[in-house]
Design a protein around this ligand. Sequence first.
Ligand code: ZN
Length: 373
Amino acid sequence: MNFSLQDYLEELRPLINVDCGTLTKEGLEAVASQMAAKYEAMGGWDIKVVDCGIAGPGLEIRNKPEAEHIDVMLIGHMDTVFPVGTAAARPMTFDDEKAYGPGVADMKSGLLNIVYTMRNLDKALLDKMSICVCMNPDEEIGSLHSQEWMRGVALKAKHVLVIEAARADGSLVKARKGMARYKMTFKGKAAHAGNDPQNGRSAISEMAHWILEVNKLTNFESGTTLNAGVVKGGAGANIVPDHAELIVDVRFWDNDEYDHVHNTLSNMTPFVDGVSCELVREAHKPSMVPSEKTEELMGLVEEAGKEVDINITWQAVGGGSDANLTAVLGVPTLDGFGPAGAMMHGPDEYMVLNTIEPRIRLLMRVLEKIAAK
Ligand SMILES: [Zn+2]
């Protein structure tokens, strides 16, 4: 295989040194055009730019755009969680072991590993397979604007591989918790806290009741947990607050148990007379739990690992990804095929250099074995 670490890192650098947090449309367009150009240069790929509304462009790249079925769908996201200014404040750097920078592991290196895989795969093998690479611009906010499109593609696919980073110890990901996020807006009635408190209706008191109810729904044993993570409200200590906002994050293994949480929250009524609450579900990803077909695919990946001399281990993790979206459709889905990395979503995010090339070889071998099935 053709691989130079130096070249790889130089190709990675412009993907890192651009602000492309979710909804930073300009930066995401820049990343999308860089990625599209790589496939364009390879030749043999049909590149479709998908309009994901306010989230910016997605890319759907196929070698057989006319084929009804897709043997393998590869998924990566182009957005990061970092605000504008991050790329200038801490552009990509590297030392002997690791590379650093916003999105270096989550997941620009994953996107580039897919490109290297396609460049190095035997042309005859590519001719035999129908491959679709999907890159979305909004994974970090729950793929709100791309999930309909991605689901539509996944329904045509026999296998889905998500190229998020491998865990720090190199493990791939076979299961991910589901997640949901709710925003609750409370409206009460303002009043002077000194002259007229009895005529006020406190939105913050109402919110406090909700937080306690939300906490009651947590079950650490089964892994259904709710976190009242953000609160806002009030305009001054001397005013009965007429406005409050609460954002709650839910994580779960059991999709039925989550349904119960969802119904409970949706049916809750105000505790304080004269206060209203509006509840909006801003994001939802079902949990990804391996099916029998997924276990078959895991076996294939383990065999591929043996053949390229990589010890395959698996983890079940709490964080969601687009793997959750496709797994729930019944399409065997595995995740973590990118280079290993850790400390995602923070300033210490890193990617392990000596895992780049082995992970490309692993992905190539997995595709070869799927083609031979
Ligand atoms: Zn990611």
